[in-house]
Design a protein around this ligand. Structure first.
Ligand code: NAP
Length: 244
């Protein structure tokens, strides 16, 4: 249960996939984990499973597409914990009507941006006052190597065939959020970084990913647990930095 020293972590989209594993590992590292999910039943079930596993996990309703739920969640965290030490912006979607620039459905591109970028921005803005109350807060934006402009322009890149305009651009926009926010917060103790999970078998890609969820969570966990001499404003996979 919560000790006075427990750091408070919020992970969005934590009812399954990489987010659930990030929540589990942050809990095992001693954090009180606030597990964000848009579906209350799935969120409560996931938080319950983590508690059985010895993690101090609490479900909170956050739908990135519903700003009122984001504001309400910030108010609940403020009332219950008075601060936030770690924010992992993990929730994200792909869309089957997304695709290369000549063919992508514009509605699909908008849907992906609404969740992956505007939703992430809204959560970040809502939680920032709480993060400012922490002596050493960490913001981890779960991005993707697919968001690298450099890689997208390289025909020899291993994932060169994955040209999803909405998804890739939404993650490039998340990376811009990382860079600009890190710069804005450079005089504070708050570090902001983008994490690339790598191609991980989850529902997002119908489990075609080559990595396990454990591997997929590694970059975000490292950035969430950074010490005060760690980097800010960077873009990292589990073992290496990525080009923007
Ligand atoms: P996943 O298993 O599909 O999990 C996505 C999570 O995001 C789910 O909990 C989902 O909730 C939640 N979510 C989606 N839209 C939401 C919304 N509007 N509000 C709140 N939560 C929402 O996928 P994943 O692979 O673990 O993805 C996690 C993150 O990693 C995403 O940002 C993804 O882009 C990124 N990523 C994944 C890979 C990969 O290979 N898997 C690679 C690079 C980056 P529901 O259960 O309610 O749908």
């Amino acid at each position: 249960m919560q000790t006075p020293k427990a750091r408070i972590a919020l992970v969005t989209g934590a009812n399954k996939g990489i987010g659930l594993e990030i929540a589990r590992q942050l809990g095992k590292a001693g954090h009180l984990v606030v597990l964000g999910a848009r579906n209350a039943t799935l969120g409560e079930t996931a938080a319950g499973a983590l508690r059985v596993d010895g993690v101090d996990a609490r479900f909170i309703h956050i739908d990135l597409d519903k700003p009122a739920t984001i504001q309400a969640a910030a108010a609940v965290i403020d009332a219950n914990h008075d601060r936030l030490d770690v924010l992992v912006n993990n929730a994200g979607i792909a869309d089957r009507l997304d695709g290369p620039p000549s063919k992508a459905s514009i509605d699909a591109v908008r849907r992906v941006f609404d969740t992956n970028f505007f939703g992430t921005l809204a959560v970040t803005q809502a939680m920032l006052p709480l993060l400012r109350k922490s002596p050493s807060a960490r913001i981890v934006n779960v991005s993707s190597e697919l968001g690298s402009l450099t890689h997208n322009g390289d025909p020899a890149w291993a994932f060169a065939q994955y040209k999803f305009l909405g998804y890739n651009a939404s993650k490039a926009a998340v990376n811009m959020l990382t860079v600009q926010l890190a710069s804005e917060l450079k005089e504070t103790g708050i570090k902001v970084n983008s994490a690339d999970p790598g191609f991980t078998a989850t529902d997002l890609n119908n489990h075609r990913g080559s990595q396990t969820i454990l591997e997929g969570a590694a970059a975000a966990i490292r950035l969430a647990l950074l010490t005060d001499d760690g980097p800010t404003g960077g873009f990292f996979g589990a073992n290496r930095a990525h080009p923007w």
